[in-house]
Ligand binder design. Structure first.
Ligand code: GLV
Length: 332
């Protein structure tokens, strides 16, 4: 039997390519000499797309916009590598009955580890202390004392699965926890703040773990940073777009907040020179989920979603905007 076509517009990891190539006729758009001509030929019949957020696709971006969705009249599934799917207009997919899947759960603990490691590095300045030792400065005198995690309150912006895993770590470290999001969650034992500014005022660590996209663009602006205050620390492991970067740089430069730990940036992999020049911030190259084991599990989930869907068994992890009718318990 002829295999179904599957369009892969961006270079996903070998595990995804090999896994899908076993069951689909894979069209690797980035390898095509004339991608436009290929698209013109295949778009009218294409039912399946596998794509990924740029950090997981060698930095290559192919936004699945409403216009792209409209170009594929037979499209049924967009399987995304990444828990975030701000590279996909999920609303446009929902309006057309196209299912979108992402890669949740398998990266939750890894990403929460990254968030907490980043927080510790920022507060206790471990990367700076490492540099200090290597530069031979310890031979002259000890490393300066730092701020402390003791007695702090961590406000989590976006209490999803990753936010909750960070909250659990926070509790184990003796932090007080609060959260802000669209709605209070009945099973969350922590204080809920309807207004982000109120939470920022009540805490001295702001942990950003909310989805990216238009709804959260520049959510963390000068007003929120001023509410966080001069002892405040901002950690962002979500998307660069959630933070107003120029406002953050100004707040850091003027000492209106204490420090920041950033795993994501608005124009990544470009990082503003002003941030790179600041010794008191900690900057990571978007490594939230970047272990072999976790990235492999994410790759496997993309393949499993596509195989399950194409076999008529439905998607395994559809996103909230495109729930799968016969598997409502899996929708999130
Ligand atoms: C990475 O940023 C992801 O969305 O999984």
């Amino acid at each position: 039997m002829a295999q179904d076509d599957l369009l892969m517009p961006v270079p996903l990891p070998p595990l995804v390519q090999e896994g899908l190539a076993k069951s689909f006729n894979l069209i690797k758009l980035w390898e095509e000499r004339d991608p436009e001509a290929v698209l013109a030929a295949i778009a009218p019949r294409m039912r399946f797309i596998a794509t990924g957020v740029p950090i997981l696709a060698d930095g290559v971006s192919y936004p699945i916009s409403a216009a792209v969705v409209a170009r594929f009249p037979k499209l049924e599934l967009v399987a995304n590598l990444g828990v975030g799917y701000d590279n996909i207009d999920a609303g446009a997919c929902a309006a057309r009955g196209v299912i979108v899947t992402n890669t949740p759960d398998v990266l939750t603990e890894e990403t929460a580890d990254t968030a907490f490691g980043l927080l510790l590095c920022v507060i206790r300045q471990f990367p700076q202390a490492d540099r200090y030792l290597r530069e031979g400065k310890w031979l002259k005198t000890g490393f300066p004392l730092t701020a402390s995690l003791r007695g702090r309150t961590m406000g989590i912006v976006g209490l999803g699965r990753i936010g909750r895993a960070i909250a659990r770590r926070g509790e184990a470290f003796g932090l007080k926890i609060a959260y802000h999001g669209r709605t209070a969650q009945a099973d969350a034992p922590w204080p809920f703040y309807e207004r982000l500014e109120d939470m920022a005022r009540a805490c001295d660590i702001l942990m950003v773990s909310t989805p990216g996209g238009p709804a959260t663009r520049n959510l963390i602006d000068a007003k929120i940073l001023d509410a966080l205050g001069p002892q405040g620390v901002l950690i962002n492991i979500a998307r660069g777009s959630v933070v107003d970067e120029p406002a953050l740089i100004a707040a850091l430069r003027e000492g209106r907040i204490l420090s920041a730990g950033l795993d994501v940036f608005a124009g990544e992999p470009e990082v503003p020179a002003e941030l790179i020049a600041m010794d008191h911030v900690v900057l990571l190259p978007h490594v939230g989920s970047a272990s072999h084991a976790t990235r492999d599990a994410m790759s496997a989930l993309v393949v499993d979603n596509a195989l399950s869907f194409a076999a008529g068994r439905g998607p395994l992890t559809p996103v909230a905007e495109t729930p799968w009718p016969s598997r409502p318990e899996k929708a999130h």
